[in-house]
Design a binder for this molecule. Structure first.
Ligand code: ZN
Ligand code: ZN
Length: 239
C-alpha cells in the first residue's frame, strides 16, 4: 500500500474543521457542507479567460473574440466575492496555510474530470523582494495542494519575476497591462510542452498573460491558467 504521507501529516496537523464557521467538516476538506453551499461557484464561463457568462454552458466572451489572451484557456471555480475574498486574504496576508489547502482543494476538485492534464504546474512567481517580505508565495502553496491532489509536478525555478511591479489593485485594465510588461523571464533550460499557471485570483489576466508570453517564447505550446477565483473590474460584482 502506498501512503500519502504529506496528506496524512497535514490531516494530523490541521484536522478538517470548517475554516468559515469552525464546525467539524465531513466533506473531506476544511469546509462544512452548509458553508460549501454558500460559495459563489461559477456555473458557466468563457473558456479563454474564465469570465462568468450569463449563458448556460461555456463559450467565448466578446473581449476574447476580439483580443484573444496570450494563454490558451483559463478556469476558475469561484467568483472573487465573500467568503472567497476572506479565504484568499487570510492566506495572503495572515499566512493561514490551511486556507491554501482548502482553495487548492476546491480548484483541484473543479478539474477532477479532466483527462488531458498539463506536464507541469507553474505558480505565478513573486519578485524576490516581495517573496522575502512575505516569506512565502501564496500561489505556490495553492499549487502544491493542486499538484498533490491531481498528482502533477510543480515547476518553481524556471519562471522568475525580474521586475518588482506595483500592486495591480486599483489600476485600470490598460494600466495593469503596462504595470506587468516584461516582468517575467524564463530560464533557457525550461522545457515543457503543456503547462498550467496557478494563481489565487485573476482579474483582467494581465499578469498571467505576461507570464504566458515569456513561457510561449521559451517553447511552451499549450498554456492554461488555473486560478481559485475570478474577479471583474467593472461593473462591481453585486454581493
Ligand atoms: Zn462551515
Ligand atoms: Zn474571455
Amino acid at each position: 500500500m502506498v501512503y500519502n504521507w504529506s496528506g496524512i501529516i497535514q490531516q494530523w496537523l490541521f484536522p478538517p474543521t470548517c475554516l468559515l464557521c469552525g464546525a467539524h467538516a465531513t466533506t473531506g476538506k476544511d469546509l462544512c457542507a452548509g458553508c460549501e453551499r454558500t460559495l459563489p461557484f461559477i456555473r458557466s464561463s468563457c473558456v479563454c479567460c474564465a469570465l462568468p457568462l450569463a449563458i448556460s454552458g461555456h463559450g467565448v466572451c466578446g473581449e476574447c473574440l476580439g483580443h484573444p489572451p496570450a494563454f490558451d484557456s483559463a478556469t476558475a471555480p469561484l467568483r472573487y466575492r465573500e467568503p472567497v475574498r476572506h479565504m484568499i486574504q487570510a492566506l495572503k496576508f495572515h499566512r493561514r496555510y490551511p486556507h491554501a489547502r482548502l482553495l487548492g482543494g476546491l480548484l483541484a476538485e473543479s478539474l477532477s474530470e479532466r483527462s488531458d492534464l498539463p506536464d507541469w504546474l507553474i505558480p505565478v512567481p513573486l519578485h524576490p523582494d516581495r517573496f522575502r517580505a512575505r516569506g512565502f508565495n501564496p500561489s505556490a502553496e495553492i499549487a502544491r495542494e493542486v499538484g498533490r491532489r491531481l498528482q502533477l509536478p510543480l515547476e518553481t525555478r524556471s519562471a522568475m519575476r525580474t521586475r518588482a511591479t506595483a500592486s495591480q489593485v486599483g489600476l485600470s485594465a490598460v494600466d495593469r497591462v503596462r504595470n506587468v510588461r516584461r516582468a517575467f523571464a524564463v530560464k533557457p533550460s525550461f522545457h515543457a510542452r503543456h503547462v498550467a499557471l496557478i494563481d489565487d485570483v485573476m482579474t483582467t489576466g494581465s499578469t498571467v498573460g505576461e507570464l504566458a508570453k515569456a513561457l510561449r517564447a521559451a517553447g511552451a505550446e499549450r498554456i492554461e491558467v488555473w486560478v481559485c477565483a475570478r474577479a471583474t473590474l467593472a461593473p462591481p460584482d453585486p454581493g
